[in-house]
Design a protein around this ligand. Structure first.
Ligand code: AMP
Ligand code: MG
Length: 494
């Protein structure tokens, strides 16, 4: 432990530490032997008010790997519980992470700067508290790509290599990710308190969460019920976004479901290549619990656990509380469906809503499943059909079936008075050309890990920074994985 303090320029206000005693332990990260700043997100650092210009790179690296503390900071490890693959663990917590600082950014928004891989804490159990370079680069890349795709997510602030060698199945370079979120309060945070039967503390956590994320309901008498409603809405929106870009999170345990509605903890996640509702990439998801198409229902499962924690706050009489909560949870599916339709209509270039749209969309998805069509390619190619391009048609083996669908789609489009060019622009703005394809992600990680070459990582980041804008010379970033890449399997990288 060290208490070396660095003047970071950050405007720190540690409300979590101040108000939520019992939900964390003060903790400082390990001092890395040779911290090296591999990547800094300058734009995000600027938003946060981090004094990059005034700080030597070595100091920044020491700060963003957890060994040093920013002036005014009170780093801590958060306690939380969680259902992991359905089984409840009453005690999880930041076992390899730290809340480095809670800052008020330049736009007066409160944001967490969080480190992953910063060393052991009292929550580490058998783990070493460390992270290795590959998964850290992966999380940085995926989170930034998701942000550019318009999906609520934690952001990547920095990647620091520590100079350590970490033992996994083989020796690997150690690294720390600095990431930024609206907060790191999770369903599991509420479960931690509820599991201890501390209703007073539960009210403090719920009121804190409401003040931080949902201030408009602060004065309401039924604010705890409203909290559930709002969290459900945010998760419905998030699920629709994931599904519309073909994202599979892989570990939707309740400790990885945020109250803010942000995607968190990019472990064994992946993007779909061919459209397959049953797609699972994670090696440990043997029961396919978190398959692509199951994500909305698994979110509801997690939200139901959240609702359970709120019952004693919603009404002293548990039966009454359940009666109030049940309709909110019952509405989730419809709320999700509404959000999903908004995303999918936009993907098909539809500006208005008609009741048959859901059939039109589902019919297309069925054809895509049958013919194992690449999800991203197809939606990007759809607007080309408007001007006679055959790219979309050529993605299907059963061309007759797709042509039939196309006729129905064209008829539907005829109900909307916008020009072909206008529609094509709108469609290109929601159907990405470039996503973090699994083979590309693996390629840049292996260049970094094996040759210490970070240029491919930088290049891929640059491509993904503008996912909707086709650019010359970037063809290979839009292509599907070569056959030789095979079936993709991901691991819970630590
Ligand atoms: P995750 O699956 O990444 O959400 O992590 C689940 C739990 O395991 C969290 O409490 C983590 O802090 C903990 N954990 C994961 N990897 C490690 C590690 N290498 N050392 C200590 N704790 C870990
Ligand atoms: Mg987690």
């Amino acid at each position: 432990m060290t208490d070396k303090v660095i003047d970071s320029g950050l405007n720190i206000d540690s409300s979590y530490a101040r108000e939520l005693e019992g939900l964390y332990v003060s903790f400082q990260g390990d001092l890395a032997p040779k911290p090296e700043l591999i990547k800094l997100n300058h734009a995000l650092a600027d938003e946060l008010g981090l004094a990059v210009e005034q700080l030597e790179e070595t100091k920044l690296a020491a700060l963003l790997s957890g060994g040093n503390v920013p002036v005014g900071g009170a780093p801590l490890a958060q306690a939380y519980a969680g259902h992991q693959f359905g089984g409840f663990s009453p005690q999880l917590g930041d076992g390899r992470a730290l809340l480095l600082a809670e800052v008020i950014d330049k736009k007066s928004a409160r944001r967490d700067i969080h480190l992953k891989g910063s060393g052991r804490t009292i929550f580490s159990r058998g783990g070493d508290g460390k992270a290795v370079l590959g998964p850290i680069l992966r999380e940085y890349l995926l989170a930034e790509a998701m942000h550019r795709l318009g999906v609520p997510t934690t952001r990547g602030l920095a990647v620091v290599t520590t100079g350590e060698t970490i033992m996994r199945s083989q020796p690997l370079p150690g690294a720390v990710l600095a990431r930024v979120a609206k907060s790191h309060i999770r369903v599991g945070s509420f479960q931690f308190v509820a599991a201890r039967g501390d209703t007073k503390k539960l009210a403090i956590l719920a009121d804190y969460t409401i003040a931080r994320h949902f201030p408009s309901i602060q004065q309401a008498d039924d604010r705890y019920l409203k909290l559930l409603i709002q969290v459900c809405e945010r998760q419905a929106f998030l699920m629709a976004k994931w599904m519309s870009v073909g994202f599979v999170h892989g570990v939707m345990n309740t400790d990885n479901i945020t109250i803010s509605g942000e995607t968190i903890d990019y472990g064994p996640c992946a993007f779909l290549d061919v459209f397959d509702p049953s797609a699972v990439f994670s090696s440990i998801d043997t029961h396919m619990r978190y398959a692509y198409a199951k994500q909305p229902s698994m979110a509801l499962w997690g939200l139901t656990r959240f609702a359970e924690t709120l019952l004693p706050l919603i009404d002293r009489d548990e039966k009454c509380a359940i009666e109030l909560v049940a309709p909110v949870l019952n509405d989730f599916e419809q709320a999700y469906q509404r959000q999903w339709l908004i995303c999918m209509r936009a993907k098909l270039g539809l500006q208005t809503a008609q009741s048959d749209d859901v059939t039109l969309i589902n019919d297309l998805l069925t054809l895509m499943v049958n013919d194992e069509v690449d999800f991203t390619h197809l939606f990007r190619a759809l607007s080309g059909l408007l001007v006679g391009s055959e790219t979309a048609l050529n993605l299907f083996a059963n061309k007759a079936a797709f042509k039939q669908w196309q006729v129905l789609w064209m008829e539907r489009l005829a109900d909307e008075p916008i020009t072909i060019d206008e529609r094509a622009v709108l469609m290109r703005n929601v159907n990405p050309m470039y996503i973090p394809r699994n083979h590309l992600v693996e390629e840049v990680i292996s260049a970094a890990e094996q040759q210490g070459d970070f240029k491919p990582f930088e290049k891929l980041l640059e491509v993904l920074d503008k996912p909707f804008t086709k650019r010359e010379g970037l063809n290979r970033f839009a292509q599907a994985a070569p056959e030789s890449f095979g079936a993709y399997e991901t691991f819970c990288g630590t």
